[in-house]
Design a protein around this ligand. Sequence first.
Ligand SMILES: NC(=O)c1ccc[n+]([C@@H]2O[C@H](COP(=O)([O-])OP(=O)(O)OC[C@H]3O[C@@H](n4cnc5c(N)ncnc54)[C@H](O)[C@@H]3O)[C@@H](O)[C@H]2O)c1
Length: 382
Amino acid sequence: MSLLRPAAVSVILRPMSTTDRLEKRAFSSTDPLRVGLIGSGLMGFEHIRNLALQDDLHFAALADPNPPSRKLGRKTAKHRIAEYEDASEMLDQESLDAVIIASPNFTHAAILDEVLDRPLHVLVEKPLCTTLEDCDRVVAACVDRPAITWVGMEYRYMPPVARLVAEIRGGFAGNLRMLAIREHRFPFLKKVDDWNRFNRNTGGTLVEKCCHFFDLMNLIVDREPLRVFASGAQDVNHLDETYGGETPDILDNAYVMVEYEGGVRALLDLCMFAEASRNEQEICATGDRGKIECFIPESLVVLGERKGRAMEEIPILVNKDALEAGFHHGATYYQQRAFADAIREGRSADVDVQAGRKAVAIGVAAHQSIETGNPVELSSLA
Ligand SMILES: NC(=O)c1ccc[n+]([C@@H]2O[C@H](COP(=O)([O-])OP(=O)(O)OC[C@H]3O[C@@H](n4cnc5c(N)ncnc54)[C@H](O)[C@@H]3O)[C@@H](O)[C@H]2O)c1
């Protein structure tokens, strides 16, 4: 099956320093890689649909304790798969090459503890873990691990975002000084057992959802983040809901400012009661030569040069099958592709556990800044 692959996606999104090889686990066979899925809820469903578009990835088994989720996985697969209630049982019984972890955030740490001991390539959905302590344990477990551990950061793989990153790397904006990311969207969806209604399960909105955007900031700015200032609250959403007598405590709007080495500034503007928006994500990167904007789902990149005030609008094509197979502008397809290619080629992860940890750290710092009203030095969280 040939799907359109924007060159920028494969070239730009891996860390520039990634040259190390994973000789021991480079995959020499031409057989499809056997993939197991841990958690077949909403994101698992998206992974299954995208796995069906990949010639060289075979969805072989799933583990999920929830019968309706297993049924969803089974029906979505459209071929015979092995099913387990328990991930350990699947790992013990199936001969897998890779696993995708798409279970709730609070389960990632314990599942990773078990998975990382095995010679399996791993794609774990964001956030890596809900606390920095757990992230640190995972990072330590991955030192010299001879297989890929990749953190699912789909937004990097949205073709318009990949084009924006390519333009930054190509120098269009000159010396990048400011980066603004706006996400204005609908409230959090319902999840299995309503796990996403409480910070203790998610890590908090700025970890749970916004680690995506902090990862993008880190990728685009390509310097060390130093400090975080934030203001946010739960003002509108879920206030009339109760679960076991408890009202959800998840924040629904925030501004988060991140200062990077060299004085580069980045801002996240998050609003989750803004369904009536023309775009869900808008990114604007401005340097001393020009400005690059990116709009999703409009799928548009706009290049603006200061000299002569010239502007060019570039519609970014996304393959229709990839678009239809998920809710992330084709990103899950492109990320799975990159994951499979990295395994085949013996490369390390585009988004490794250190990058996953760094994105969580900015979210943790932002929550701390909101609680205290003070800026938070990221070095204070180390
Ligand atoms: N990258 C993205 O854009 C994106 C989008 C949505 C969700 N996610 C992430 O994907 C993960 C899953 O989110 P979701 O939206 O699919 O939630 P969900 O509630 O729809 O699905 C989670 C599934 O995991 C199952 N589960 C719970 N404990 C488990 C365990 N110990 N082992 C195996 N399965 C278990 C649940 O029964 C459920 O079926 C979360 O980490 C979430 O943050 C990422």
